[in-house]
Design a protein. Structure first.
Length: 185
């Protein structure tokens, strides 16, 4: 009867990755990839996307292996945290995406090109009016709207940027949009 295999040393593998030993990264991948793929899949819910997450996470593990600190936790736990954070970042980014089929995109592009030719003056006038209306908002409302609609920030991200309570930021966005609608109308 063969002797049981020694437990895999994740900490040593991460230290070897930090030294640039590619074989150590390969060993980590061989040891955990099927389980880590499951973690990513539970978060992003699409196999191809989960595979991309896993790939990017292993690149992060390779690049950041020197930041692993065994006094703060286990190597295996650190690897799982890297994959989980990568998957959550992808899931958050996808929450901001709007999907459309190719026909819809083509139709919108053709409409937009037609609109550009005939309505350039109207578009410029509307942009000027929007600028004026934004100028009439108080600074917190204006900044909240710009962060949300220009930078694509979530309410939580806006709250962090403005150092304001989440509920207050939501109210600023809602009231600011209502004021813009009234001004533009």
């Amino acid at each position: 009867m063969p002797a049981p295999a020694a437990p895999y040393d994740y900490d040593a593998a991460l230290r070897a990755c930090a030294r640039g030993e590619q074989q150590a990264l390969h060993g980590l991948y061989q040891q955990e990839s099927r389980y880590l793929l499951g973690v990513a899949l539970r978060i992003v819910r699409q196999r191809a996307l989960a595979e991309d997450v896993l790939h990017d996470a292993f690149l992060n593990i390779w690049r950041r292996a020197d930041s692993f600190d065994a006094t703060r936790g286990s190597g295996k736990g650190w690897i799982y945290v890297v994959v989980r954070h990568q998957a959550l970042n992808v899931a958050r980014a996808r929450a901001h995406e709007v999907s459309a089929d190719e026909d819809t995109v083509e139709t919108l592009l053709h409409q937009r090109q037609g609109d550009d030719a005939g309505d350039a003056y109207a578009l410029q006038a509307n942009m000027g009016k929007l600028h004026d209306c934004l100028g009439h908002l108080d600074e917190p409302k204006r900044n909240s709207i710009l962060y949300a609609y220009v930078d694509g920030c979530t309410h939580s991200e806006i709250a962090q940027r403005l150092q304001a309570p989440l509920g207050t930021v939501k109210a600023w966005v809602k009231r600011g949009l209502a004021a813009l609608r009234e001004c533009m109308g």
